[in-house]
Design a protein around this ligand. Structure first.
Ligand code: COA
Length: 189
């Protein structure tokens, strides 16, 4: 049967389903991994790839405000992409990303994520663009203390650009864009 994709708002996701995703993240990354902090995912859209009724993979798009050169941009942060272990290599990851791209086209919003350089090929094959070491152009800024958190890992940016042209604007000029997500430690969500 053809796989399907279901989109669900974070606030509508049951504890059981979050627990399932967390368990899969621990299987993939080990016990030290960041688990989903539900409180901060109420407005995120989670994408579930299903084969028959079984969830074989998931990921999210989380509304995020970026600031760059005194302008605000409402983007969708792409994260949590994962195909469960025994289901990898069957095209499900590609289907997941392509559905996110369709969503971005419909909503005319940029989607932006980060990944290690080994994974750039996968995301490009699925239809995203990439920019080497883009994470050094984005920093987290705590709105209360103005403390900045910089990325030490130099991750590639992977994106699908919406009409506001955020990524192109950052690439074409100098400077750093900022955003804030209280629940994450590294500025590459
Ligand atoms: C990366 C991941 C999402 C890919 O999903 P998948 O369903 O296994 O990938 P697909 O079957 O759709 O692969 C599509 C293409 O990408 C390539 N690809 C898949 N995983 C890859 C990887 N880890 N590195 C490089 N290329 C990869 C495939 O070889 C395939 O290429 P082909 O069409 O030329 O044969 C999945 O392997 C996964 O969950 N990995 C662990 C978690 C992770 O790294 N998530 C991303 C965090 S940024």
């Amino acid at each position: 049967m053809k796989p399907t994709v279901e989109i669900k708002k974070g606030e509508k996701i049951s504890k059981k389903l979050f627990d399932f995703m967390d368990k899969e993240r621990i299987n993939q990354y080990g016990k030290k991994t960041n688990l989903f902090n539900r409180k901060y995912h109420k407005k995120s859209n989670f994408f579930f790839v299903k084969n028959e009724k079984k969830i074989v993979g998931f990921g999210f798009l989380r509304p995020t405000e970026m600031r760059y050169k005194n302008k605000k941009y409402n983007l969708l942060a792409l994260g949590g992409i994962m195909i469960i272990s025994e289901e990898k290599g069957q095209g499900y990851g590609t289907i997941l990303i392509q559905n996110m791209i369709d969503y971005s086209k419909k909503n005319k919003k940029t989607i932006l994520g980060f990944c290690e350089k080994d994974l750039v090929d996968f995301y490009e094959k699925a239809g995203l663009k990439s920019k080497k070491e883009f994470s050094i152009r984005i920093e987290m800024e705590d709105p209360k203390t103005k403390e900045r958190i910089l990325d030490a890992d130099k991750c590639a940016g992977i994106y699908y650009e919406g009409k506001e042209g955020f990524v192109s604007k950052v690439i074409k000029s100098k400077g750093v864009a900022t955003y804030w997500m209280p629940d994450i430690k590294n500025p590459h969500f």
